[in-house]
Design a protein around this ligand. Structure first.
Ligand SMILES: C[S@@+](CC[C@H](N)C(=O)[O-])C[C@H]1O[C@@H](n2cnc3c(N)ncnc32)[C@H](O)[C@@H]1O
Length: 448
């Protein structure tokens, strides 16, 4: 898995099932392989800092396959209960069989040096002084790139205990969340059927314990009654469906960035119950196919188009979702390798696209209708930064004309705590147990 991620830019969660099948790993063996692969990828930057302290060779000069073995060994020594001698021996033998005795000797020496201290002891030696660099210290301790820890600090408004809690929660394997598809099954029935627990906030959510096996094998999922969907995604989609319109809801809804179709599936179920329809736009042909599969039998029409210029009516919709392409910094716990792959340089291109999609959404919504702007990132440039540029400031309208910002907290179902002063909503893993989803609700004023 480490090789596939490094060489082919593979997504670990997509590569894993094939690897487990090829090596005929099931049950506890599959669980251990998953934990070692995901854990090593998640902790990569921290492991590299410690490896670097244990060798004179610069990391960039270490052969890739040896570095993979060192990371895997270091992860087992520092973060698992695998006995030290077993961790070292398996990695060394792996290297010996593929790369010879000299490389095996090198890996053996570095791993033995790493095993001389615990993770906490290494961190005390290597982390920056928290009084001088609190973000750098928290970033290393919780295995995040510094720029992402800084982005969390900016969104949280501080570098104290809350930053530590946010990074720690983001470094923990999350529970699987299921969506009980409206009209198909209730959350109560789904919890009973799966042995899970009803979600605390979403009326459609069920939580499963981490490591509860292959979710696809659950009857309710195999039969299409439920899908895997983070509770935060459920909440922001439900908020759009509940937001207060001016005038009647005529049941014309639009999802402008629909692939792979999670929120379209929830919105499609909700609009169907009201006798309405959903148009779902997705620019990628392959992802549009995934949307079609997720909304089969719902009153949803899928369009392959660029959401900035989709051939759909201006002023034609009561409710529009822009679940914008983003850095995904709010969902890092579900994608072990993602934090080391994303680059801060991605942000400028993404925020331009996000602004253009939001302007298009405000064109498609009717006067009195509501647009939900959503990201699975808490980065302030992608959240309040985008919204601020579009709605204008100090009484001057922005590029989309007059827009009223609603208090998005009021449209969430249930009593969701820890939402600050509004009007936007920022969810967090350490507060809500959800991905760090962002939501702003914007309403077009009635004309004249
Ligand atoms: C954050 S994902 C949406 C997730 C989706 N709403 C769900 O719940 O499953 C953003 C999607 O927007 C698509 N996308 C990117 N650029 C786009 C554009 N210009 N117009 C429409 N869709 C776009 C991406 O391919 C991706 O599928």
């Amino acid at each position: 898995m480490l090789t596939a991620v490094r060489e082919r830019d593979a997504y670990a969660n997509l590569a894993l099932p094939g690897i487990l099948r090829r090596h005929r790993l099931r049950d506890r063996d599959a669980g251990l392989a998953t934990e070692l692969g995901y854990g090593t990828l998640r902790a990569q930057g921290l492991l590299d800092t410690i490896i670097d302290a244990c060798t004179d060779r610069p990391l960039a000069k270490i052969e890739h396959a040896l570095l993979d073995a060192l990371r895997l060994g270091a992860y087992q020594l520092l973060r698992t209960r695998v006995p030290d001698h077993a961790a070292v021996t398996t990695c060394v033998e792996l290297v010996r069989s593929d790369h010879g005795s000299q490389s095996a000797g090198f890996v053996n020496a570095v791993l033995r040096r790493i095993g001389e201290h615990t993770e906490a002891e290494w961190l005390d030696r290597l982390a920056p002084d928290p009084a001088e660099d609190p973000v750098g210290d928290a970033a290393l301790r919780h295995a995040h790139p510094r720029w992402i820890a800084q982005a969390f600090a900016d969104a949280l408004g501080g570098t104290g205990e809350e930053l530590t809690a946010a990074l720690a929660a983001d470094d923990t394997r999350p529970r699987v969340h299921l969506l009980a598809r409206p009209g198909e099954i209730t959350a109560e029935e789904l919890a009973l059927a799966t042995g899970g627990e009803q979600a605390p906030y979403s009326p459609y959510g069920v939580h499963l314990e981490p490591g509860s096996g292959d979710v696809g094998e659950l009857d309710a999922v195999a039969e299409g009654l439920a899908i895997v969907q983070d509770e935060g995604s459920q909440l922001v989609a439900a908020a759009l469906a509940r937001a207060e319109l001016l005038g009647e809801d005529t049941g014309r809804w639009l999802d402008l960035c629909a692939g792979p179709g999670g929120k379209a599936s929830l919105l499609g179920g909700l609009v169907a119950a009201r006798g309405g329809t959903l148009d779902a736009v997705e620019s990628s042909e392959h992802r549009a196919d995934l949307v079609r599969r997720s909304v089969a039998e719902l009153p949803v029409t899928v369009h392959v188009a660029d959401g900035r210029e989709a051939p759909l009516p201006d002023g034609g919709y009561d409710r529009v979702l822009v679940d914008a392409p983003c850095t995904g910094l709010g969902a890092l716990r579900r994608r072990p390798e993602a934090r080391w792959r994303r680059r801060p340089e991605d942000i400028a291109t993404l925020t331009r696209l996000q602004r253009e999609l939001l302007v298009a959404a405000l064109r498609h919504v009717r006067p009195g209708g509501v647009v939900a702007y959503v990201t699975c990132s808490p980065h302030v440039s992608e959240t309040v930064g985008v919204v601020g540029r579009i709605i204008g400031r100090e009484g001057r309208p922005g590029p989309a004309g007059a827009v009223d910002q609603l208090d998005a907290r009021a449209s969430l179902p249930g009593e969701v705590p820890g939402l600050g002063d509004g009007p936007t909503v920022q969810l967090w893993p350490h507060v809500h147990g959800t991905d760090a989803m962002f939501l702003a609700l914007l309403r077009r004023p009635l004309e004249g």
